[in-house]
Design a protein around this ligand. Structure first.
Ligand code: NDP
Length: 445
């Protein structure tokens, strides 16, 4: 079986050359699903794995727009519609200069399993562009978003593919994209999630990924006989996921002492003042180093990766992929970290994961731990279809229930396939099983 998996992996590398993040994401899944494949030879016969690693469709397109100086700019747009076995493609749009096909494919591949774990009927997809919204005027961002949607709109739809936000795509960008979709399609539908509350958005969607991460981690803590009370927490990033992970962890009694952006990190041993971070990041779009101007007892350190040298009980990486390498994981472990749960997608390198798992640290994998965002997007789709809106408390309660169900699936699959306590293997196996069964039922397609 190991040989079979290795041969599929070799094929993936050969057919997708120059896409190391995609190889990493596929490898991480394939190496953990061997026990499932051993119990289900029909998946091998039906070539489920070979089909799963091949996107159903990938779209790349030109995105021309005019900047404030009147100059024409050209970006590249992507949408990878990876797998629709259990529902319409669903996944965010990333706007960041590092975006290329390999990043979108890694994210789209992970999304298949994450979405399966949410218990909601959504398939996996992802998209984005190498456009950088940072430092652009609102008008420039609007020009880009309108041009991006002018091509994307023909490929998506409320029952086909429903994009959402991700790095660089927040409420402003979703608004501009939705406006353009509505114009082009002459229809008002729930084609994007993360919408404003006045035009079809769901309460608690903004908070969902961060809150969900904390609900998942709460179960990890409970299984170790403890809770958030008095724990020192380090949260990387200061975007959507990081801010609401901080908020919920603090509500539950933890003290978040460090946060970061791509330039550097702050340490405030008295507990980070989240209202200040929200003002800096959500309102002013400023840099995190400005925090120390109003909080002189806090410290700012240039260079974002140093954040993992801050001693803590719980680490929540919420910034970006591969932000913790093996050496940084070892520093965290030596400094006494006991729990690591991933808010970002694939933030830990394979070496970092091996270090955590080999040191007896409880490790919550991204696919499961950050599934609250897309799960609440699915709840937004449900509300759009029903043409009604649930209260914050209703959505939050459903999110909480979903995160408990995600956690239970990870634990149960790990138990059932001889990997007790390995939440990463459990998440991959449970997600894979659901999608593989659906693909088998649909025949060769
Ligand atoms: P945002 O754009 O809101 O925030 C990203 C944050 O990470 C910013 O503070 C950014 O800083 C920081 N950052 C980016 N690159 C680095 C880096 N190399 N080192 C340190 N910090 C960095 O994105 P989100 O919060 O939405 O997304 C964060 C992660 O969570 C991503 O991996 C995303 O895929 C994942 N995710 C998001 C979901 C959502 O609902 N939003 C759902 C599930 C997963 P700066 O401002 O300097 O760029």
């Amino acid at each position: 079986m190991q040989q079979y998996v290795e041969s599929v992996m070799a094929q993936v590398k050969a057919r997708n050359a120059g896409e190391p993040e995609f190889h990493q994401a596929v490898h991480e899944v394939l190496e953990t699903i061997v026990p499932v494949l051993e119990k289900h030879p029909e998946f091998i016969k039906d070539k489920i794995v070979e089909r799963l690693v091949e996107p159903e469709r990938q779209i790349m397109f030109r995105v021309p727009w005019v900047d404030d100086k009147g100059e024409v700019q050209v970006n590249r747009g992507f949408r990878v519609q990876f797998n629709s076995a259990i529902g319409p493609y669903k996944g965010g749009l990333r706007l960041h200069p590092s975006v290329y096909l390999g990043i979108i494919k890694f994210l789209g591949f992970e999304q298949i399993f994450k979405n399966a774990l949410t218990t909601t009927p959504i398939g996996g997809g992802k998209g984005g562009s190498d456009f950088d919204p940072k430092g652009k005027s609102d008008r420039e961002v609007m020009a880009f978003c309108q041009s991006f949607m002018t091509e994307l709109w023909r490929h998506i739809g409320p029952d086909t593919d429903v994009p959402a936000g991700d790095i660089g795509t927040g409420a402003r960008e979703i608004g501009y994209m939705f406006g353009q979709y509505k114009r082009l399609s002459n229809s008002f539908t729930g084609v994007l999630t993360g919408k404003g509350l006045e035009w079809g958005g769901s309460l608690a969607r903004t908070q969902a990924t961060g809150y969900g991460l904390v609900y998942y981690t709460t179960r990890m803590l409970a299984d170790a006989g403890t809770d958030w009370n008095g724990k020192k927490v380090v949260v990387s990033g200061s975007g959507n996921v990081a801010i609401y992970a901080n908020e919920k962890a603090t509500q539950l009694g933890a003290k978040v002492i460090a946060m970061s952006d791509s330039n550097g990190y702050i340490v405030d041993e008295s507990g980070i003042d989240l209202a200040c971070i929200k003002e800096l990041k959500e309102v002013r779009r400023a840099r995190i180093k400005e925090y120390v101007a109003s909080h002189p007892s806090a410290q700012y350190v240039e260079g974002c990766r140093g954040i993992w040298s801050v001693p803590c009980d719980i680490a929540l990486p919420c910034a970006t992929q591969n932000e913790i390498n093996g050496d940084e994981a070892a520093i965290l472990v030596n400094n006494g970290v006991k729990f690591v749960a991933e808010g970002a997608n694939m933030p830990s390198t394979p070496e970092a994961i091996a270090t955590f798992q080999g040191s007896g640290i409880a490790f919550g994998p991204a696919k499961a731990a950050n599934a609250g965002g897309v799960a609440t997007s699915a709840l937004e789709m449900s509300q759009n279809s029903m043409r009604l809106a649930w209260t914050f408390e209703e959505v939050d309660a459903k999110l909480h229930g979903i995160m408990n169900a995600v956690y239970d699936q990870c634990v149960n699959a790990a138990d059932a396939y001889g990997q007790k306590g390995n939440l990463a293997a459990g998440a991959n196996m449970a997600g894979f099983l659901k999608v593989a069964k659906a693909m088998s039922a649909h025949g060769v397609c």
